[in-house]
Design a binder for this molecule. Structure first.
Ligand SMILES: [Zn+2]
Length: 411
């Protein structure tokens, strides 16, 4: 038993060490020198290619046999084969995980996970261990020796309701690419590393397996690829709200609908490239308490739990400055019946942020803003019972947790 424990510590250290890539291993142009502790899978992962490609490029008969000091040719990604490029998703083992449940989540097999990680015993995984999970490609892909889709990166592999999915795809030059999720075409941005986009997972999305559809066309050849996205519960609280008769009367269905129509027109229009750069700021500072988190399920006056809080409420006192969290263009700046004095900023690529119940508005429609620019002051206008800032972030017309955007940067 003691021996087994020690083996585990050693393996865990090895895996952790392999996650930090060193540039020292690189020598010359596209040549990699095998280091102690390397495996083909890990080397391939560093270069975002598959171990099969690497094995093929180096005519390796047995991918398990590597010598320290051996020189490996790293194939040009532009001419690399499809199967299954970028086909592993990094995953840190959580309490309660087994290889069987992971295989089920990622639509792969226990055997494939064992192989990709060079593990032998399926019962030997530890909490915190880093695994590379091979995701499954459409059946027609592995038969293509070459194809326009070179690598796919989807993050996170297991996503909570209300979170933002990040997708990066590398394709051969001149390919046409489309990405679809939940029946919507995702707008694509382009940078040095290829195409990328963000997709919303609704706070009410059904837990279970969903699918990202990628399609690339090059010179008459069309390659389709499906990528599993595993959605898990967001652990949102349920709030039963009883509105006093006076406030209830404000919820006039016609007024509500008119306001929804105004907003729908704003969500539908967005710059086709991202206007933001890096992580979002929190729109009020210091960090005020959150009086109502994003995603809380709501029932009104004893009715069904069929709505949820689309934003994040900060308990900031009246008059607190509200700033733009990122660069963008002001699309709406005016009073609304329910949302009170409202500002909406378009950040491009379908991403908008909204600010409700302001005591005053400091921007005009059409104005370009930079991160930190004053856009309004906290208040309690519209259907609100006290001073607070309601902040929401939408991708397309789907609200997602805005705090996620303050913690990580897209791309
Ligand atoms: Zn709110």
């Amino acid at each position: 038993m003691i021996n087994k424990g020690i083996t585990w510590i050693v393996l865990a250290l090895l895996l952790t060490a392999s996650a930090t890539f060193t540039a020292t291993a690189l020598s010359g142009d596209n040549i990699y020198i095998v280091q102690k502790g390397d495996t083909l899978t890990r080397i391939a992962h560093r270069y975002q290619i598959s171990w099969r490609e690497l094995a093929q490029a180096n005519h390796l008969e047995n991918p398990n046999l590597l010598r320290i000091g051996q020189r490996l040719r790293i194939p040009e990604t532009a001419s690399s084969a499809v199967t299954p490029a970028g086909g592993t998703v990094p995953y840190r083992v959580q309490r309660g995980d087994t290889l069987s449940t992971l295989a089920l989540r990622y639509n792969t097999t226990v055997q494939a996970i064992l192989q990709a990680n060079e593990l032998e015993d399926p019962d030997r995984i530890t909490v915190g261990q880093l695994l590379f999970i091979p995701a499954v490609l459409a059946e027609d892909i592995p038969h293509l020796p070459l194809g326009p889709i070179q690598s796919v990166w989807v993050e996170p592999g297991v996503i909570e309701q209300g979170d933002t999915l990040f997708v990066r795809v590398r394709v051969a030059p001149s390919s046409q690419i489309t990405i679809t999720f939940d029946g919507h075409h995702l707008p694509l941005a382009h940078d040095n590393s290829g195409y990328w986009t963000v997709a919303p997972v609704s706070a009410l999305a059904r837990p279970g397996r969903d699918t990202l559809h990628l399609q690339a066309a090059l010179g008459g050849r069309v390659v389709k690829l499906t990528w599993p996205v595993w959605i898990v519960q967001g652990n949102y609280a349920v709030q039963h709200i009883i509105l006093p008769p006076a406030k209830g009367a404000l919820l006039d269905p016609q007024k509500l609908q008119e306001e929804r129509d105004v907003l729908a027109r704003v969500w539908a229009k967005s710059a086709d490239q991202p206007l933001w750069d890096g992580r979002f700021l929190t729109p009020v500072s210091p960090a005020f308490a959150i009086s109502a988190p994003f995603g809380t399920r709501r029932s009104y006056n004893g009715g069904p739990v069929n709505s949820y809080h689309a934003g994040c409420d900060f308990a900031a006192p009246g008059g607190t400055p509200v700033v733009a969290p990122a660069a963008g263009r002001v699309e709406l700046a005016r009073p609304l019946a329910v949302r009170g004095n409202a500002v909406i900023i378009d950040h491009g690529l379908g991403v908008h942020t909204g600010y409700w119940h302001l005591s005053s508005i400091k921007v005009k429609p059409g104005q370009m803003v930079k991160p930190g620019d004053l856009i309004g002051l906290v208040g309690t206008t519209g259907l609100s019972t006290g001073d607070h800032l309601h902040w929401e972030l939408r991708i397309g017309d789907v609200p997602v947790n805005p705090l996620v955007w303050t913690r990580r940067s897209f791309p």
